[in-house]
Design a protein around this ligand. Structure first.
Ligand code: WA2
Length: 269
């Protein structure tokens, strides 16, 4: 009888874990798809139209009204690529100076990625050079070299200090051929559209609504380097009933990164 109930408990754990993994993966995917569409919106209405049909107010308004399409993102923003030779002109036109992510005036760099458009929920990143933060910088470089959506390591986000990951799409000036080389891509880069997945609070909200959320403990890890898993969600020192666990695969759409979800019971089932 004990063996039968343990088998039932294991089956229940597997199904609850798979349900959670599928749900988070789906909400992640719809959010990424919508940010992709926003990158195309910037390309179409900011770069392919003279003069631009988008300014901060228009972007903020559109981003707020479409926020429901991006359920796991705390906000979206557009950072423009600015070469050092263009910095003075850029700062004069904007009426502000480029700042580092620590909010100091930016020292001289070869190039910058200051945020020029932002959703109101992340207005604190306006004017910040997103290349001044290690994780954001790596994302920017990888996004423009690959032309694809990329994700950072899990890290503590600005302002909230919540654990999350940043998503970045590159925006290119028009005329980039489909068979472009990495060099072509880097040269044609106009800027970066992205946002932060606030995993700590938005995934938490999502999981808490599900039946059984009291009984099971969930962790999400970035396992890109399998010998050094990075925690992305859940308790740092998982306890609970350690003899029974299940690992569900997660695909967040960045082939460079691997993620999985680990579930266990809070108490002996
Ligand atoms: N957005 C919000 N909070 C953050 C953050 C970020 N990056 N980085 C750290 N905390 C505009 O890749 C371009 C958004 C970065 C996009």
């Amino acid at each position: 009888i004990r063996r039968v109930s343990m088998r039932k408990a294991e089956e229940a754990l597997v199904s609850m874990c798979e349900e959670r993994a599928r749900m988070i993966q789906d909400q992640f995917a719809v959010s990424v798809n919508h940010v992709h569409a926003l990158a195309i919106l910037i390309s179409t209405f900011h770069y392919q139209k003279q003069p631009s049909a988008i300014d901060q107010e228009t972007f903020a308004h559109y981003a707020a009204r479409t926020a429901f399409e991006r359920p796991l993102l705390n906000g979206v923003a557009y950072a423009q690529r600015v070469a050092n030779s263009e910095r003075d002109k850029f700062e004069n036109e904007q009426g502000w100076i480029i700042k580092t992510m620590k909010r100091d005036p930016s020292p001289v760099q070869d190039e910058y990625a200051p945020v020029i458009f932002s959703q109101e929920t992340v207005s604190y990143i306006e004017a910040l050079d997103m290349m001044s933060g290690e994780e954001d910088r790596e994302n920017i470089l990888r996004a423009r070299a690959t032309g694809k959506a990329v994700l950072t390591n899990p890290f503590r986000l600005l302002k909230s200090n919540h654990l999350g990951v940043v998503l970045t799409f590159p925006v290119y000036r028009s005329g980039l051929p489909p068979d472009a080389t990495v060099d072509d891509r880097v040269k044609a880069t106009a800027g970066y559209l992205g946002g932060a997945f606030d995993v700590e609070s938005l995934v938490d909200n999502l999981l808490r609504q599900l039946a059984g959320s009291q009984e099971i403990m969930v962790n999400v890890y970035d396992v890109t380097n399998i010998s050094k898993p990075l925690i992305m969600y859940g308790p740092q020192q998982p306890d609970g009933y350690m003899s029974l666990s299940h690992v569900s695969m997660l695909d967040f759409g960045d082939p460079f990164r691997k993620h999985h979800m680990m579930c266990r019971y809070s108490q002996k089932p």
